[in-house]
Structures are given as structure tokens and as C-alpha cells.
Design a protein around this ligand. Structure first.
Ligand code: ADP
Ligand code: MG
Length: 376
């Protein structure tokens, strides 16, 4: 049953009458102590209900916000616990894992505390699987372990796309900073048939080609890397027109060259149409990072056009990244793509490296295939 050697729920020994610790991602959006969207709690229910149906008692644990190792009432799990009790009565929820410095420090003493009285471990917190934190990598060292249903879907989709995509495979990348994403850009360049680059990220590439970019956001220290990627012989689609503001701060449309003082905040309509064609002709598309500063309606068109193409294409479509997913939802198109990843950083790191600390830990658990084969 396992995927890439990582055990799934069916690979656990019987959980009947056992206590199972589930690492969830209950990092819900909150305003003034009130949960504004409970989708992350609901998303954990398939895993929780499978365990309950098989006779387990379930203890969940999550982080919430960044309390940085101290107990801060602002980040208490109380509101989540109340909502969880409505959705899954009888399921326990520990206090915010990050109240203890041992969580982010991966302290063995904190791991020991987490697994005390626990018989099995399930990780369903894909968004945290790229962190080698105590609750992620600790329990599988001693407990029979598995990934939950959310994590299983993420791994199947993202690894399937990375290792065996239907071609043409196109990656559409945008967002603010190249340096954040350079690793994945380089890794994807090896496996994609074409790379499409928008967002602020495009200006460092345009600068590397010698085009004047005005006062647009760019990263001078990444110019050499962009030049090298452009020289790799791979197909890289860059904008041919830009929307932004002129030196006086007025909305303006430009060609590929920005005048002094101008700032590019979105891909232009010609570019958006061209990018859309590439997406329509692909059979697999991965999209990460908005094409412009879509939070400002004047600069949302490029992102909207790309989102619409993602919804319309017959290709298998995957969206990763918090802001890209938010943009998709804002346009009401989140139901029209094949997979929206719940983990921004985790999805990029999995595409780049093909593995994550949380997955490696599960693959080494006592009940995992590798260890089963090794034991008599
Ligand atoms: P994601 O969360 O999907 O990975 P990022 O966090 O990398 O995306 O980038 C999202 C941010 O990039 C958005 O806040 C958006 O306003 C910003 N952005 C995109 N294009 C530009 C641009 N041309 N200039 C300034 N900011 C931009
Ligand atoms: Mg972001």
C-alpha cells in the first residue's frame, strides 16, 4: 500500500483500542481569537475518522502561528479545540507544539513527552513536512507510523508530477523573490519542457538579458544565475509587455523596456495571452507565484488570466504556494484545478529534492517496508 516506501494508514498494525498521535496542520487563520476559516480542521477529518472507525482513540497536535518557544495565550489552541470538539467529538488536541522550544529544536526530551502513552503515529501535516521538528521526525523513530490521507494525496500528486509527468510539462513561476525559489527553478528546469516566468521574478531575468527594468523589484545578486539558466538551452518564456506605474506613479502599459523610474507590477495583456496559450497546450502544469501584485486590482489581470487558463486547460494542473492559492480562490477558480497544495514551502521543496524530512522519517519507521524486509 505504501507510496515511495512511505507507509499509509493501512500499513499500521491494528489501531483497535490503541492511542494514536496525529500531527495535524491546524495553523488556521485567526482574527481576535476567532477562527476565520476552519478548512484546515475539516481537512484532517478523513484521517481522524478512519482512525476512529478502526477503534483508535485519537490525540491530535499542531502548531499555530510563531510563538517561538514560549507559551503565549495569543497562540493558544483553545478556539481550535472547541471547533474540533464539534466536528470530531472525543478527539484530544494538545497545546500549541511551538510553545515548547523543544519542538523547533527537535529536542529528544520533548519527543519523549509527545510519545508517552502513545501506540502509533500519523503525520497529516504536509505543510510542516519540510521541517525537521520534534513532532515531525521524532515519533517515527520508535512508533509504528504512517502518513494521513491529506499527506498521501500531496505526495502522490507532487511526486507523480515530478517523476513521471505527462508531457509537455510546463512550470509557471512568479511571486516576489527569486532567491526563495531558485532551487526549485533549477530543479524544475531539468524536468520541465518549458518554464514560464512572471511576477517580480521576471525582472531579474529581463535584466540578465540586458533590458532596462526601471525601478522594478529585482535581485542584482541573482543576475548571473538567471543568465546561466537562460543559456541552458531550455525554453523559458518571459514577458514581452509589462503593466505598472511610470516615474510619476501613474498607471501605465509598457513594452519590454521600462523607462527610468517606472515600476513593473504585472505582466501585460499580450504576455498574459501568450502564457495562457502555453498552459492550454500543456498536458501537465505546475503553477507557483502570482504573475503580479494581484492584491491591487489594477495589477491582478495577469494573474487572473493565468488562473483562468489553469482552470480551462485539459492539462493536469497543480497549484502550490499560499499567495497563488489565495489568488485562485479570490477568482473563484480553486475548484477548477486538479490539486491545490496545502504546503507552499513543502511543495516546492518536495519538487526540488524529491523528499522531505517528514517523509524520510516515516520511510524509516519500524513498520515501514524497508525495515519489514530487514527483520526476520
Ligand atoms: P506564493 O505564496 O504563491 O509562493 P510568493 O509569496 O512568492 O507567492 O509571492 C507573492 C507576492 O508576490 C504577492 O504578494 C505579490 O504582490 C508579489 N508580486 C508579484 N509580482 C510582483 C511585482 N511585479 N512587483 C512586486 N510584487 C509582486
Ligand atoms: Mg507567499
Amino acid at each position: 500500500m505504501s507510496i515511495n516506501g512511505i507507509p499509509v494508514l493501512e500499513d499500521l498494525p491494528s489501531v483497535d483500542g490503541k492511542r494514536v498521535l496525529v500531527r495535524t496542520d491546524f495553523n488556521v487563520p485567526m482574527a481576535d481569537g476567532v477562527i476565520t476559516d476552519d478548512f484546515r480542521i475539516k481537512a484532517a477529518l478523513p484521517t481522524i475518522n478512519w482512525l476512529l472507525d478502526h477503534g483508535a482513540s485519537v490525540v491530535t497536535a499542531s502548531h499555530l502561528g510563531r510563538p517561538k518557544g514560549t507559551a503565549n495565550p495569543k497562540y493558544s489552541m483553545d478556539a481550535v479545540r472547541t471547533r474540533l470538539a464539534e466536528l470530531a467529538p472525543g478527539v484530544e488536541l494538545l497545546e500549541n507544539l511551538r510553545f515548547d522550544p523543544g519542538e523547533e529544536g527537535n529536542d529528544p526530551a520533548f519527543v519523549a513527552q509527545l510519545v508517552e502513552g502513545i501506540d502509533a503515529y500519523v503525520d497529516d501535516a504536509f505543510g510542516a513536512a519540510h521541517r525537521a521538528h520534534a513532532s515531525i521526525v521524532g515519533p517515527p523513530k520508535t512508533l509504528p507510523s504512517a502518513m494521513g490521507r491529506l499527506m498521501q494525496k500531496e505526495v502522490a500528486v507532487l511526486l507523480g508530477m515530478r517523476n513521471d509527468p505527462k508531457r509537455p510539462f510546463v512550470a509557471v513561476l512568479g511571486g516576489a523573490k527569486i532567491s526563495d525559489k531558485l532551487g526549485v527553478v533549477e530543479a524544475l528546469l531539468n524536468s520541465v519542457d518549458a518554464l514560464v516566468i512572471g511576477g517580480a521574478m521576471c525582472f531579474t531575468f529581463l535584466a540578465a538579458q540586458g533590458f532596462p527594468i526601471g525601478d522594478s523589484l529585482w535581485e542584482p545578486e541573482q543576475v548571473d544565475t538567471c543568465a546561466r539558466l537562460l543559456a541552458s538551452g531550455k525554453t523559458i518564456h518571459l514577458p514581452e509587455d509589462i503593466v505598472g506605474v511610470d516615474a510619476g506613479g501613474n498607471y501605465a502599459t509598457f513594452g519590454i523596456r521600462l523607462p527610468p523610474g517606472a515600476k513593473g507590477f504585472d505582466i501585460g495583456p499580450g504576455t498574459a495571452a501568450a502564457f495562457s496559450d502555453v498552459i492550454m497546450d500543456a498536458r501537465t502544469v505546475f503553477w507557483n507565484g502570482p504573475m503580479g501584485m494581484f492584491e491591487d486590482e489594477r495589477f491582478a489581470n495577469g494573474t487572473k488570466t493565468v488562473a483562468q487558463a489553469m482552470a480551462d486547460t485539459k492539462a493536469f494542473t497543480v497549484v502550490g504556494g499560499g499567495d497563488s492559492a489565495a489568488a485562485l480562490a479570490q477568482f473563484g477558480l480553486d475548484g477548477d484545478v486538479d490539486h491545490v497544495s496545502t504546503g507552499g514551502g513543502a511543495s516546492l521543496e518536495l519538487l526540488e529534492l524529491g523528499d522531505l524530512p517528514g517523509l524520510a522519517a516515516l520511510r524509516a519507521a519500524p513498520n515501514a517496508e524497508a525495515n519489514e524486509a530487514a527483520s526476520p
